[in-house]
Design a binder for this molecule. Structure first.
Ligand SMILES: Cc1cc2nc3c(=O)[nH]c(=O)nc-3n(C[C@H](O)[C@H](O)[C@H](O)COP(=O)(O)OP(=O)(O)OC[C@H]3O[C@@H](n4cnc5c(N)ncnc54)[C@H](O)[C@@H]3O)c2cc1C
Length: 304
């Protein structure tokens, strides 16, 4: 058994904390932003390997998470549901590189589009799910404490010695001195539920429509290197117009809220042990999709 400090209380940090606690370690999570204040709380969050590389590791992590979410969807209160949905394509295309991570993917023709595919994916209602994850950490004996760090905790000087798992997302620019992780800003609009029960995706835009229990997440944007967390009204209008073109039943839906998050994009996701630090960040536009796969690998690296 190790004493482990997990830095970060987004979906990656909390998932790592759960796996480490399940393995019998003593785990304390420290984070500047508590779960509902993180980028993770803004995520749509459809299972979909987006803006994350390399393809082979991302496919494997995504497959692991798919199975974990499918199991969680069987339990009330997790915020996880398995929903069918369609990605439309403007050109005919071969199967996606991550096709091996889903049990089945069917070609679909949608009027006005050249091609498309339909599959069942986990849809995770993040405010509900992050509360569930935090409760699971607490139930397993872990703690979550607000702390703003200027550097990673000193593992060797602590008594007893600790291992540090760095899940700081975009904060790894500072904490891991890694300038290869950069923000890709995403703006979304939350609209009231219209009775929608399937998700829709069009990579141009990108445009996505993800139904939850009481609202629908409508996105989005993909603004490279943009640090602004302030929603832009004109951007919201353009997002809604694209979404209505994709899903006409959204026309006239009541707008509830506007949200912005900064995806921690890196040329490749970093899950790696360096001495007494396990780094686990840079999951880009797929932090939820990769969360359980990365958490399992992070826990293996702690035990190594
Ligand atoms: C609009 C939008 C839509 C998205 N949709 C999806 C989707 O459909 N599917 C999907 O899989 N992903 C989606 N994502 C991506 C997903 O949200 C991210 O990949 C994920 O949230 C990253 O999780 P994380 O835990 O690494 O980072 P975060 O959630 O950002 O958490 C980082 C944690 O580290 C802490 N931290 C950072 N610096 C410090 C410091 N100096 N000291 C202490 N603590 C620190 C923070 O306070 C926070 O607690 C979307 C993102 C956006 C913005």
């Amino acid at each position: 058994m190790q004493r482990v400090i997990v830095v970060g209380a987004g979906v990656v940090g909390l998932s790592c904390a759960v796996r480490l606690l399940e393995a019998g370690h003593r785990v304390d999570v420290v984070a500047r932003d508590l779960p509902l204040e993180t980028t993770s709380a803004v995520a749509a969050a459809l299972w979909y390997p987006y803006r994350a590389l390399p393809q082979d590791r991302v496919t494997a992590w995504s497959a692991t998470s798919y199975d974990a979410f499918r199991a969680l969807a069987r339990h009330d209160g997790t915020g996880v549901r398995m929903l069918s949905g369609t990605e439309v394509l403007h050109e005919p295309r071969a199967d996606p590189w991550w096709v091996g991570a889903v049990p089945a993917l069917e070609r679909t023709r949608v009027n006005g589009y050249a091609d498309g595919w339909t599959f069942t994916a986990p849809v995770i209602e993040m405010p509900v799910y992050l509360r569930w994850l935090a409760a699971r950490v607490a139930a397993l004996g872990g703690t979550v404490t607000r702390t703003n760090l200027s550097r990673l905790p000193e593992s060797r000087q602590a008594r007893p010695p600790v291992l540090v798992v760095n899940c700081a997302g975009i904060g790894s620019r500072l904490l891991a001195q890694d300038l290869t992780v950069t923000p890709v800003r995403g703006q979304v609009v939350l609209v009231a539920q219209t009775g929608l029960e399937r998700w829709w995706l069009d990579e141009s835009g990108p445009t996505y429509v993800v139904p939850r229990s009481r609202d629908i997440v409508v996105g989005g944007t993909d603004d490279e290197g943009d640090w602004s967390r302030t929603p832009v009204p004109e951007t919201a209008d353009r997002i809604l117009a694209r979404a209505v073109a994709l899903v006409p039943e959204l026309d006239g839906a009541t707008v509830l809220r506007h949200r912005v998050g900064l995806r921690p994009v890196r040329p490749s996701v970093r899950v790696e042990r360096v001495g007494d630090v396990v780094h686990c960040y840079g999951q880009g536009g797929a932090g939820v999709t990769l969360s359980w796969g990365c958490a399992d690998e992070g826990a293996r690296l702690v035990a190594a």
